[in-house]
Design a protein around this ligand. Structure first.
Ligand code: KG4
Ligand code: ZN
Length: 332
């Protein structure tokens, strides 16, 4: 079964071809970071318009890479949410138009399911069941995953997502968007223990998170220093270091608690913050110590991409073949 996957939920247009027997055949990505950087964040209208420009050329690119045509595709999988409404509309309209023209089915994919399954694209894929820590720009969730489509939410952030906290910390420190990689890099130069921020909700016994207080702690510390003198590069690095330590303490601790609560010994990390070097180091050390296995998507598939959407669509169709039945009645 050959699936064309289309992702357009935020600031990356991703298109890919995934084959149920041969795996990922091709994938192409266009990141809009350069376009949004001047605004310090994603401008939804610009994002939608850029997806319009990119999605068909990227589709041609993956078909050419795989030496296939749209006729060879069995179904088109596309991200239907969550995400920016206009951006999602571009991908879904495009997927439905191709499907309508070629009389093929469309498989709706939840963006987070794509992230959650993305480690299955690696050379060392996890077996089910596993705990998934989903850490993206908009979500922070702990999920119990018993199989494809069998997901139980154990806990999630009550306010900001971890990625959002990284991005806001970057803003306070005057670093460029997207903030996660910049904060992570700066934290490497930080002096350990010069500042210490609280670990929100770490010991409250459930699997929920809260990152809004941590963001405020960063802002308060920065303002305190700025009241005396402009922030030096070392000040910024020290704040970034304290922030990253607090964030990864909470994320890794709660993920470990979820493993203990379920008795599972496999942990999957997915979403943009899963690219974070400090989080990976910490989790790898914990996995060694406590004898669990931790799985990550390949680094370039941590952030948004079409490959994870094509894969999720393919696995969904294998699980439920009725998704491949094409209803060509067109209602307005
Ligand atoms: O999964 P993703 O690409 O998009 C959403 O679905 O939201 O995640 C984007 C988030 C951003 O907040 C970005 O700052 C964060 O992932 N991120 C990182 C790193 N790379 C991306 N955060 C920490 N360290 C990184 N290396
Ligand atoms: Zn995402």
């Amino acid at each position: 079964m050959l699936i064309l996957g289309i992702e357009s939920s935020c600031d990356e247009t991703g298109v890919a071809l995934y084959d149920s027997t041969r795996g990922l055949l091709a994938h192409a990505l266009h990141s809009q970071i350069d376009m949004h950087v001047a605004y310090g964040g994603v401008v939804p209208e610009l994002a939608s318009r850029d997806h319009i420009r990119r999605v068909l050329p990227l589709t041609d690119t993956v078909l050419a890479q795989a030496q296939l045509t749209l006729e060879d595709v069995d179904a088109i999988a596309c991200t239907v949410g969550p995400g920016l409404a206009g951006a999602l509309l571009v991908g879904t309209a495009c997927a439905n138009a191709i499907a309508f023209a070629l009389n093929k089915p469309v498989i709706d994919v939840h963006h987070l399911e794509g992230h959650l399954l993305s480690p299955l694209l690696s050379n060392n894929p996890p077996e089910f069941p596993f705990i998934a820590l989903l850490v993206s720009g908009g979500h922070t969730q702990l999920m119990r995953v018993d199989g494809v489509g069998q997901y139980a939410l154990m806990g999630e952030t009550l306010d900001d997502a971890a990625g959002e906290a990284f991005d806001k910390t970057a803003k306070v420190l005057g670093l460029s968007y997207p903030g996660g990689p910049a904060v992570s890099k700066m934290a490497e130069q930080g002096t350990p223990n010069r500042f210490k921020f609280g670990r929100p909700m770490m010991h409250n016994g459930d699997f929920d998170f809260s990152f809004a207080g941590l963001k405020t702690a960063v802002l308060t510390q920065a303002k305190r220093l700025e009241a005396v003198a402009p922030l030096t590069e070392q000040d910024k690095a020290d704040i970034a270091h304290a922030f990253v330590e607090a964030a990864i303490d909470v994320l890794s601790f709660k993920a470990f608690k979820a493993l203990q609560a379920t008795g599972f010994n496999r942990l999957v990390i997915a979403g943009g913050v899963g690219a974070n070097a400090q989080l990976r180091l910490r989790l790898n050390a914990m996995a060694n110590k406590h004898q669990f296995k931790v799985f990550y998507p390949e680094l370039h598939l941590c952030t948004d991409n079409g490959a994870m959407i094509a894969l999720a669509g393919c696995l969904a169709a294998q699980r439920d073949p009725s998704l491949l039945k094409h209803d060509d009645t067109f209602t307005v």
